[in-house]
Design a protein around this ligand. Sequence first.
Ligand code: S3P
Length: 427
Amino acid sequence: MQVLLQPETSPWERRVRMAGDKSLSHRALILGAMAEGESVLTGLSESRDVRTTLRCLRALGARVHREGPRWVVSGWGRLGRSEPAQVLDCGGSGTTLRLLAGVLAAGRGLSVLTGDSSLRRRPMARIVQPLSCMGARIWGRGEGSLAPLVFQEGRLQTLEWDLPVASAQVKSCLLLAGLQAGVPVALREPLPSRDHTERMLQALGVPLERTGLAVRLAGPACLPGFRFAVPGDPSSAAFLVAAAVMNPGARARVEGVLLNPGRLGFFELLRRMGGQVRWEVTHEESGEPVGWIEACGSELRAVDVAPEEVPAAVDELPLLAVVATRAQGQTRVQGAGELRHKECDRIHHLVLELRRMGASISEQAEGFEVEGPVRLSGGTVRCHGDHRLEMSLAVAALSAADPTRLLGAGFSDVSFPGFWDLLPGTR
Ligand code: S3P
């Protein structure tokens, strides 16, 4: 699909309620599928990635149906999951594949996880190694480092593991394996990654302790059915907030959004850049803070992003590069090598495409540097099959001097259905 975007120069205002957070939606569905009895979920993300998780869970024996705005999940509970009758296709969703790997490592029969060509290039040794240490029997391409991954019934044991990279997907995979097998798991991360799995498990009464960078699942636990109203996705809100701070006279307010500190890194960085961005927690939902975010057009200055700040902003760093083109001075992002292992190599392709729009941006081994301010020129850019790159380039196009043609668009619904209706400007 091709999209032609016109710059937006007149003042605009948007007040919206974001659709459900993608990370929380994956987890709510998976925990609902593992639980004993019925769970009722509202506000679930209807993104392509979450629908992929739902399809896989059905193939594993969970019964899920929709009643208006509610999703009712009947978990397999004590009976355990089924042996899937077919290969489970995780599409482009790393969260689906890595979290389900934890579920498949224990339990019956043979199962196979695969995905599209981009997911089949992403690193899987980070889950295969610790799961194998637990006693899981797993085979994969590239000596177990790439999907498809094959799981054969096995008996899992206790795990103590230091994660070499901060990854919520890896951490959650291992916690789910421990939970499914009823064995203790003790993990330590190099830096804190998003902690949704831990919060949800604790809210469900699972014995799980957290001390600094360590998390310990104590052993067998029975998951009860639960109710969960999924808060809005801050990573989707980020596009609207970025568009607002970059454009004089623009205003945005997002209601009902998840305000977990591990997801607010981008908004904190915008504030450090002089962006007028505010947020407030209004209530909690199953251990997660929820509230509103407001932003308006601002004078921006460059920012230095240190490696320890990366995990809390990891999905928003391409968007930060776009904002940095409007900021005075040199913005530097370091320690973000993980961006090369997302839906595409997000460092390389971001730099390539923003340069085509006239940005002064250079590629570094583990990040990038942007010199600003620069008026982007518009032009023709490519999305490389990556939803976050596509939406970041669309935000860049709003403040460009000329129209921008996005080639290979059509991926925004991977995480953010409704993105194009929400974005100001004409196309
Ligand atoms: C996610 C964790 C992050 C993030 C991804 C979603 C999750 O990946 O980039 O979009 O839901 O656990 P890593 O955990 O690999 O950093």
